[in-house]
Design a protein around this ligand. Structure first.
Ligand code: FMN
Length: 204
């Protein structure tokens, strides 16, 4: 909603900048607007004028939700208008998307959201062109995540978190879809953990 009021964006970023010690950077992240993109440059300017050191832009409006495409060309216009580093975000799922996004936005800094939980080594894939993480490695990562999450303070959230992760992994790994049909109906963390361990052991 704040994207409808660049003045408010300015006041918020300014308050944060004033509160944070000068030697620490302040970054902000915005979408291109709420209903439409009319104020995208005003909002970006407000962030800069308020003293932010960096800006990341999810290249869609709130109304556009997560529907493709992301409008990376708008990030280019923002990058050209502001003297601070601008990071492009939205709809990067693989190396080709990253290359296209970098080219269209002119940004050398890219941010990934859902792509990073669909393909856990996406950042390296983007940077180096290395192979996509295998399903066996992804399983080991899920097991390691499971152990860490269950040892932490938010263990109660584990079943819903791991299920949410599966919903993204399915995009990259057809095997995740199959395993999820088993896991979806499990309620307790321990049941999910055992099923994951069993699956991981069968993919050495
Ligand atoms: C599980 C999840 C959690 C997110 N949490 C935040 C958040 O705390 N703050 C934020 O600015 N954006 C958050 N986002 C949005 C992402 O940073 C990103 O802007 C958005 O997903 C678009 O990028 P993508 O197309 O690469 O997913 C989240 C996205 C996902 C999928």
């Amino acid at each position: 909603m704040l994207l409808k009021e660049p003045e408010a964006v300015y006041r918020i970023v300014k308050a944060v900048r004033d509160a944070v010690p000068a030697h620490l950077p302040v970054s902000a992240k915005i979408r291109l607007g709420y209903d439409d993109k009319a104020l995208y440059l005003e909002n970006a300017q407000a962030v800069y004028q308020a003293g932010a050191n960096e800006l990341a832009v999810h290249a869609r409006t709130k109304r556009e939700g997560y529907r493709p495409p992301a409008h990376w060309d708008y990030v280019d216009a923002i990058r050209r208008a502001l003297p601070i580093p601008v990071t492009a975000n939205g709809e990067i799922w693989d190396r080709q998307d990253a290359l296209t996004c970098a080219q269209v936005s002119g940004c050398d800094s890219l941010m990934v959201g859902r792509g990073a939980i669909s393909l856990p080594n996406l950042a390296n894939v983007m940077k180096t062109g290395c192979a996509h993480m295998s399903w066996a490695e992804a399983l080991r990562l899920m097991v390691s995540y499971t152990e860490q999450d269950l040892a932490g303070e938010k263990a109660d959230y584990y079943p819903s978190r791991i299920k949410q992760w599966f919903s993204y992994l399915k995009r990259e790994y057809p095997q995740a879809d199959l395993l999820f049909t088993d896991i979806r109906i499990l309620k307790s963390a321990e049941e999910i953990r055992s099923r994951l361990l069993q699956e991981s052991d069968s993919h050495p």
